[in-house]
Each structure stands twice: as structure tokens, then as C-alpha cells.
Design a binder for this molecule. Sequence first.
Ligand code: PLP
Ligand code: COI
Length: 341
Amino acid sequence: MEKKDIDWSNLGFGYIQTDKRFVSNFKDGAWDEGTLTSDANVVISECAGVLQYAQTCFEGLKAYTTEDGKIVCFRPDLNASRMKDSCERLEMPVFPEDRFVQAVVDVVKANAAYVPPYGSGATLYIRPYMFGSNPVIGVKPADEYQFRIFATPVGPYFKGGAKPITIRVCDYDRAAPHGTGHIKAGLNYAMSLYAIMDAHRQGFDENMYLDAATRTKVEETGGANFIFVTKDGKIVTPKSNSILPSITRRSLMYVAENILGMEVEQREVYFDEVKDMAECGLCGTAAVISPVGKINDHGKEICFPSGMEEMGPVTKKLYDALTGIQMGRMEAPEGWIKVIQ
Ligand code: PLP
Ligand code: COI
């Protein structure tokens, strides 16, 4: 299979239309068999539930070319299961989890020419999503839905790749207690757009959201969970019911404890403790592990000892292990790697 003529090493995190995407429609209480299509456009009613009341959720995962030339993806079963949780919270029909994984495989296979080569620094980002498609004008769930998966080759989420970024403590909230922060609803991201543009206008790369109820505890950023390293080398990650249960974070915590033999802790993290941490990173499918060099709290700076030039040593260890597993350089825990071809 010949790869597309793309400058893989200089890709940003953007959309490039690929050849095929998966589409399945839900009507009269059932999903159809679904199909791969070349048509990248969606045609829906002007009154579709998604357009009026934002009834939509999504997932994000990646396909990688391994060192020995296979194409694999990372824990797609967990994306299927998280999408089920999102659908249930949004009164949407669940797309069966085994069919979700199969559709991911089909989309990656059909776009194999767009899976970036090993060592290029790029990956194929896979975006499953679902939305209410029939007319809805009173506030209620739609009766008809479309589930789609497209794929697009991407580079690093933050410009500069693994260079430490600067974030700020955000005055806007991302998710309410008992709200929808724990699912991957489009509405959570719409909520964050003003805050992220405001952060960018003020020269920051991302927002650190605090818990909406007390504004004393660290939650997450707009698109990633936090991982901290304490001065005595412990890995600490915030526990909260209003953050997205990141698959990358769960994987990293497992790897840290069971493969790297580190001490790990998932617990409430008070913002007051952050100034005493040795390292800080953002973790997620898009972010991988992006090191944070500096946090600006209303003009007061927290500068991590790892600095603004490179990832801290413990973050680097975690990064090497995670990407090693994903790219086939390191043995993966049972069931983590789905070989596509
Ligand atoms: N938190 C938010 C708000 C996200 O959008 C994402 C991205 O998916 C994550 C965390 C990281 O989750 P994952 O590691 O499953 O990609
Ligand atoms: C992902 O990491 O897959 C996400 O959905 C986060 C988003 C900021 C791109």
C-alpha cells in the first residue's frame, strides 16, 4: 500500500479529509448495518436535535504504525465503553461496543494510506461521534441518530510538540458538580471555547479548570487530565466526578505502578499543593503527555523545577513508556493493543 504524499513531520493538529468514513443510522429503534462511504458531508434537517439542543457526543483515539510496520490502535474498547456512558447520560441510543471497535478497524483499514509512518511523529486521529438527526423543537431527545467515524492524520496538539507549555488558572468553569464533565459531550467543549480563546489572547496555551463548587481543587484542562509528580517522585492525579475519565491517564497510572514501579495516587488535589510539585503534565489522546512548565494564577507564577526547555525526567519516563507501548517498542499489557493490519 502506497502512503499519501503528506509532509508527515510538519503536520499540526488539524483536519485533512481522508478517503473513507463509517456511517450508521438509528431509526425506528434500531441501528442499520452501517457502511463505509466516500461522502464526507452530513445532510440533516435544519431542525435536527444536534443543531437545536446540542445532542451530540464524541470520542477520540489514535492509530499508530509500529516499529515493525503494523498498524495498531490503543484500547479502542475503552472508547466504546466511554461513548456508551456518554450516550446514556444524553438520552442517546448506544452503538453496540463490539460494532464500535469493528467500525474503528474498518475505517483505519480503509484509510491505511493516511496512517503516518513510524518515526514521523504523526499519528492517525480517529473521531467517532453521534448526533440527533431528526427535527426536534420541544426540548426532548431526538428519535433518529447518526453514528459516524472519520480519521485524519495529525501532528502534536500543542505547537512545539514536547516543549513545556504555559497555562493559566481559569475564572470560568468547565463542568458543574452533577453535570456532564465526566462524559464526552460536545456541549462541554462549546462551554470552553470562550475560555480557551481568552487564554490564547492573553498568551496562555491552555486553561487549568478548578472545581466549580469550591474553586480550591484542580480538575482538568479543556482537553486533557493532569498528572503531577511530587518532589519525592510520586505520581498524583486528581480524582473528581466532573472530569473526563481519560484513557491515557488511566493507562499511565497503570504503567507507572505496575511496569515502572512508581508510587501512584488518585485523589483530590488542592490548587494550594501545586506549587510544591516537581513536574506537571497534561495527558490525553491528542495531548499524549504535554509538559507544563508554568502556571499563571492571576499574575502569580508557579514555575516547575523542570523548567521551560524540556520535559521533566519522570514525565519523560512516563512518555517513553506510553509511546513505547503504542508504537510497539515495549510490551503492552494484555488487551491494550488492537492490531489492525
Ligand atoms: N479531558 C478532556 C476534557 C478531554 O477532552 C480529553 C480527550 O479525550 C481527555 C481528558 C483525555 O482523555 P483520553 O486520554 O481518553 O483521550
Ligand atoms: C482527544 O484527546 O481525543 C480529545 O478529544 C481532546 C480534544 C482537545 C482534541
